[in-house]
Design a protein around this ligand. Structure first.
Ligand code: ADP
Length: 595
């Protein structure tokens, strides 16, 4: 009972989510469907009403003129209706692609806007996979769902007409058919439960499957796969998950087989009693041969309409259950709190107050009671060994995660109070694991903004990419990588970093962050990049992260992170002279590079 209520709720929620959107954007689809429904309902009645007239005429007065009229109505009327139905059907199908594209695009946008934290959350990733497959061939999308609703309406109208006809001429036939109906409803319900269970089991395998599938064909992994000889491992894993996936399908087929067999047996029993009953009525003289054939015809149409209706209902429940995964994803609860407070354009004071942080689903405090203030325009160098918590500090500052304890204040106000997008626009970070897109150099730097050619060239020169870009035939319009263009270039690690830095500078945000994007460089080259970058940053607030001391000499303040704490904080001169200090020790070890 509770399960029934639940699936009714899912049907209702899914339909109330999709239908108003579809109605708003694709009204023609609904008008066309209304015409299609009417045509579908009328069609079978042409033959049901005309066949007994023809038969009784043949067995009675055999008037040729009347016969011709009846036959003409069936042939011409039936054909016209069928043609019109096909035309409306084709028009409706054209909407299928349009609606699919529309809802896919909405989902892609939502994926890109998803709180960053959720992109590392297994549950959210599973939900994306379920939404994708659920909206795809599992449910047939909004088109597939709407078709079930429309077919349901036309089947209900057909059934209502036929019930009247059967009750009037042969009431027991109605009872026989109703009995079979109950049996089929029961069987279909069982079948649906099995298919839904199977869908849920398959979605995990599908996610792993598609990861492996892309890994194998994605040439970006090509080097690693070859050099580490990971080919066999990839194929082996692929095969093992394929076996698992096939196992789910086999399970589903095994469960469905006995139910399908029972259904066939009951169909045969129903046919037997229908012929027997109608034959007896003719022998007793209660109905004519024409009506006998009409009842068989009506019974067949009733049956198919009823089975169609049950199938539509079950299918609607099933399809909306699949598509509901899309609704759930689109309404996925935010991982972090978002406020409405506007953010001003000027430089800001940022303060970490007793901030502690533990990554979701882990129990290690990565940051522990961190206190630090960053004044407007200050340049801060964050140093510490790998794993000290430096990147996490930046992730919290950029609101990719929310603090577990304590608070971060912007001009004295908790950052959660601010409008999320406006707050994010304050930062131009270049992360260690930045990714460039397989678009042109220009698109990678300016994204969807517009930019004066002169400004772009100046920026390219500033980040030291001028020689590289001028050597390329298409200059800034050269594509990166080979996804979309076989002439796309494969930039070196250093060139990629420069493009990422140009992108960060182009954003013109008041706070610039460089999170060790230079890790691949030697200490001297890294020092040069930081120093040049620092000149470009000018009066903006800047944070430089490194496990080396490249940026420390020209920064206003240095924060030394160790095991989640800020162990030392001050200017270079203050820290370098502190005997036994971490900074002093690191500097002594690396001094050869920076003196
Ligand atoms: P750093 O930038 O100083 O090298 P990080 O801030 O990247 O250090 O990492 C600090 C600690 O947090 C490390 O132990 C790391 O393994 C852990 N960590 C980083 N990211 C995650 C994550 N997404 N989930 C769980 N633990 C993480």
């Amino acid at each position: 009972m509770a399960e029934q209520k639940n699936s009714n709720n899912v049907v209702r929620k899914t339909l109330t989510y999709f239908m108003p959107i579809a109605w708003k954007h694709y009204r023609g689809f609904f008008f066309c469907s209304a015409v299609n429904i009417v045509l579908k309902v009328i069609q079978p009645f042409v033959s049901i009403m005309m066949t007994p007239l023809i038969l009784d005429e043949l067995l009675g007065s055999r008037n040729i003129q009347k016969l011709l009229t009846y036959v003409a109505v069936i042939a011409i009327g039936g054909t016209l209706l069928s043609l019109m139905e096909s035309v409306t059907g084709v028009i409706m199908e054209k909407y299928s692609e349009k609606m699919e594209n529309y809802f896919n695009e909405k989902m892609s946008l939502r994926v890109m806007e998803l709180d960053f934290q959720l992109t590392e959350d297994k549950k959210a990733l599973d939900q994306i996979e379920k939404a994708k497959t659920g909206m795809d061939w599992y449910s047939g999308g909004v088109y597939g769902i709407s078709m079930q609703v429309f077919q349901m309406i036309s089947n209900i109208l057909k059934i209502a007409g036929i019930i009247l006809l059967i009750i009037f001429n042969a009431p027991v036939l109605f009872a026989i058919t109703a009995f079979l109906l109950l049996i089929n409803t029961f069987l279909n319900k069982k079948k649906n439960a099995i298919e839904i269970e199977s869908f849920s089991r398959l979605s995990k395998s599908n996610r792993i499957f598609s990861y492996l599938g892309w890994g194998i064909v994605d040439f970006r992994f090509g080097k690693d796969i070859r050099l580490y000889d990971a080919k066999d491992m990839m194929v082996e894993k692929w095969n093992s998950y394929r076996q698992e996936s096939l196992g789910h399908w086999k399970w589903q087929a095994d469960q469905l087989l006995p139910l399908n067999m029972i259904s066939t047996i009951f169909d045969a029993i129903k046919d037997f009693f229908t012929y027997l009953y109608l034959g007896i009525l003719v022998i007793m003289g209660k109905i004519t041969i024409g009506t006998f054939s009409q009842m068989l015809n009506a019974g067949a149409v009733f049956n198919s309409a009823m089975q169609g209706l049950i199938w539509n209902i079950q299918e609607l429940i099933k399809r909306t259950n699949y598509a509901y995964e899309y609704v759930k994803f689109m309404n996925y609860p935010p991982a972090i709190k978002k406020g409405k407070r506007p953010v001003s354009d000027q430089l800001h004071t940022i303060e970490f107050k007793n901030v502690s942080f533990t990554y979701p689903n882990t129990d290690v405090k990565v940051l522990d009671r961190v206190n630090i203030t960053l004044h407007p325009g200050e340049h801060l160098s964050v140093v510490g060994l790998n794993g000290a918590g430096k990147t996490t500090f930046i992730k919290l500052l950029c609101r990719l995660y929310d603090t577990t304890e304590g608070e971060i204040l912007l001009d004295g106000v908790n950052i959660k109070e601010y409008d999320y997008d406006a707050y994010m626009s304050l930062f131009s970070p270049v992360f260690q694991d930045f990714n460039l897109l397989s678009f042109s150099v220009r698109d990678n730097i300016i994204l969807d903004q517009t930019c004066d050619e002169k400004d772009l060239n100046a920026l390219i020169e500033q980040v030291g990419l001028k020689d590289k870009i001028t050597s390329l035939e298409k200059g800034c319009d050269t594509m990166l990588f080979k996804f979309f263009d076989e002439n796309g270039i494969e930039p070196s690690g250093g060139e990629q970093q420069k493009i990422a830095i140009a992108r960060a500078l182009f954003k013109k945000a008041p706070v610039v962050i460089l999170d060790e994007p230079t890790a691949a460089l030697d200490p001297v080259a890294e020092y040069d990049i930081y120093r040049q970058f620092d000149t470009l940053v000018g009066k903006k607030t800047a944070i430089y992260i490194s496990h080396r001391l490249s940026s420390c000499k020209f920064c206003d303040r240095i924060a030394v992170f160790s095991e989640g704490h800020i162990k030392e904080y001050g200017t270079h001169d203050e820290l370098v002279g502190k005997s036994g200090g971490i900074y002093a020790e690191m500097f002594a070890a690396q001094a050869q590079y920076y003196n």
